[in-house]
Design a protein around this ligand. Sequence first.
Ligand code: ZN
Ligand code: ZN
Length: 274
Amino acid sequence: MIKSDQHMHSSFSGDSKAQIPDIINSAIEKNLDTICLTDHFDPLFPCYRADEDNIFELDTVRYNEMAVKLRNNEEIQSKINVRVGVELGIYPKVYDMCKEIAAEYPYDFIILSSHTAGGMDPYWPEYWEDKDPIDGIKMYFEEILQNLQNYDDFDVYGHLDYCVRYTKTTPKQRSLKLYKEIIREIFRIIVDEGKGIEINSGGLRRKGFELFNPSTEILTFYKECGGKIITFGSDAHTPEDVAYGIKEAGDILKTIGFEYIADFKERKINFTRL
Ligand SMILES: [Zn+2]
Ligand SMILES: [Zn+2]
């Protein structure tokens, strides 16, 4: 049974209003052993609408001050392990900025995430306009590969097929065989470098999608490619969503044949039997 949730957002992320103490209380009520706060930092996002502020800039000073204080609080420590991480939104223009952010504070855990491809967020309808969904998905995976070839200061790659949450696709259009060679190369680098991926339940809460990211097919392929390091992440943006889908995630991983779930402390991996 999984008892660690390694991906969640508080009001330090521009798209969440959750207070960190409420998140911690929710995790304690849900009997978790470990949580990791992973607020967004997407440097220079969005890079294509000049009139908008970047709501995904993280105030790292205040975030680290507050999160570390709660992590070190003895009363909290007697009930749950709280870890302090960050979800870094990467794309080719910001590799150097990501390196600086990752090195700025001694985070417990760094999720690397692609929230854009070709300078566009797949969350936006514009991403999919005038594009065959298969080409949109391919472009997303190709950029992940490019990121991995150029950046290595992270622990797991987040929600690997995130883009498919935001367009209507048939199972055939999402099928692994269309993207297998790109994903094989993605997994080759991840496994060779001792990094991992996550099973993310954010999409499970999305009406009309209701699936984990990545898909069971991709998770199975990860195992075939020698992948062993996998974390669970609810990607909660509210206290109630902490640990969302945690039991189903464990069942899926066990069915595929994974034996362990991972969590991180001071960037070091810890395995717990599923
Ligand atoms: Zn994300
Ligand atoms: Zn997230």
